[in-house]
Design a protein around this ligand. Structure first.
Ligand code: URA
Length: 433
């Protein structure tokens, strides 16, 4: 089988057969197929698309291109979630203890932030002592004992995705639905959970800007996951503004703990309850109504907060910080930004707000950049809110005083204030099962 013929077949609009797709992935990971030929094939896929059958085979081939995690010891109780990336998205910190407190098994691999979106591993490392690199044995035994373990993705999971993603990034082939579907679902399949809930973001801070695109991507990912023997559902959720009030690592941990202490409601609470409900329904075989009742009860009874503390301690973190958040180190500098006119916030560009946090030191532009865990933004007004001239809209936090003015400019560029109350999209737009 020649790579040339595979490229030509896809270029001419034909579906690739199973052997061709598997050979391509195997040959690429083995270093036998050069980047230039793979780039050509990716561009042909970008223009010609892939059938559901092709996408499922590609996903499976990528999922098995390296190590896989075996969670079969947890039977049907293992559950995972994936978010397509957002700003202020700290839902994993809230949801995983909720699920563990209800008896599900959450053995979760997580990533670091890059560009304008944050990563759960960075957020967790803002807690003194927290260890994000667990050995394979510890990952399983901790999940067995307390129902929850979260580790930064290491080892040789889905090398095909790492190689393809790097190439897509520099060949303008990222935004292709079959390529995104196979990239995300291969990682989820390799991570081993029987039940998977996908949080597909739509809006200004998301990959998918429109509801139609978000729904197409969500539908494909659900169908592929089911074809591969997993229970999968997807929620399409609002990322037209940052989620919650905090953006930045330690600020987000503090806000997440606030949800589990019963002190934080609003869009963050609503999104967490919706995602946790779906995860509980799948992993514990509950009706959606019963799942929601149990999720809300786990939060209100503080059972999930106690589980969060148990989890943080189990991974070496100082769980006292969750009860007394004044223990988190403070940023050395802060700046309040005030409204220069009254009206309504009509628009917030979530991506730009994420970029403002990167400028403050709370995110990274390159993989190996360091991070200031205390840097970030607290938002006091979001899209749709009425404000008066002089109201404090947000506070910027950083340890690098020089960054404040550029971050303030970026924040001001991100928001629009107008006279009319804008229509806002619902927090949970749709659930696909
Ligand atoms: N996230 C991924 O993991 N892969 C993609 O292709 C796009 C977003």
């Amino acid at each position: 089988m020649r790579m040339y013929d595979i490229i030509k077949k896809k270029r001419d609009g034909y579906a690739l057969c199973e052997a061709e797709i598997r050979e391509f992935i195997k040959g690429y990971v083995a270093g036998e197929i050069p980047d230039y030929q793979v780039s050509a094939l990716l561009m042909a896929i970008f223009f010609r698309g892939m059938t559901d059958e092709e996408t499922a085979i590609l996903t499976d081939a990528m999922a098995h291109s390296g190590d896989t995690v075996d969670l079969s010891c947890f039977g049907d109780l293992s559950v995972d979630k994936h978010s397509t990336g957002g700003v202020g998205d700290k839902t994993t910190l809230v949801i995983t203890p909720v699920l563990a407190s209800l008896g599900a098994k959450v053995a979760k691999m997580t990533g670091r932030g890059l560009g304008h979106t944050g990563g759960t591993a960075d957020k967790l490392e803002s807690i003194e002592g927290f260890c994000t690199s667990l050995s394979g044995d510890r990952f399983i035994s901790q999940t067995e004992e307390i129902g929850i373990a979260v580790t930064a993705q290491g080892g040789n999971l889905t090398p095909a995705d790492k190689m393809l993603y790097a190439l897509r990034d520099v060949t303008a082939t990222v935004d292709s639905i079959p390529l995104i579907t196979s990239s995300i679902m291969s990682k989820k399949l390799a991570a081993g959970a029987k039940n998977i809930v996908l949080d597909v973001k739509m809006g200004s801070g998301a990959f998918m800007k429109s509801e139609a695109d978000a729904e197409t991507l969500a539908r494909k990912m659900v169908d592929i996951g089911k074809r591969c023997g997993r229970n999968v559902s997807a929620l399409i959720t609002n990322m037209d503004r940052p989620l919650g009030s905090a953006v930045g690592n330690s600020l987000e941990v503090i806000e997440a703990a606030g949800v589990l202490r019963g002190e934080v409601k609003g869009d963050l609470y609503e999104t967490c309850v919706a995602l946790a409900t779906e995860m509980a329904a799948l992993s514990l075989s509950l009706s959606p109504d019963e799942a929601k009742r149990q999720v809300v009860d786990a939060i209100e009874s503080k059972a999930a907060f106690e589980k969060m503390k148990q989890w943080i301690s189990a991974q070496g973190g100082n769980s006292d910080w969750l009860s007394d958040v004044s223990l988190f180190p403070k940023a050395a500098y802060s700046l309040e930004i005030k409204a220069d006119r009254g009206g309504f916030i009509t628009k917030m560009d979530a991506e730009m707000i994420g970029t403002a946090v990167v400028i403050l030191g709370g995110g990274r532009l390159k993989k190996d950049d360091g991070i200031d865990h205390s840097a970030g933004i607290m938002l006091y007004a979001k899209t749709g809110d009425k404000i008066e001239e002089g109201d404090i809209l947000c506070t910027l936090y950083t340890c690098n005083e020089q960054s404040l003015s550029a971050a303030a400019d970026k924040y001001r560029e991100a928001i629009k204030i107008g006279d009319e109350k804008p229509d806002t999209i619902p927090q949970v737009v749709k659930i696909l099962r």
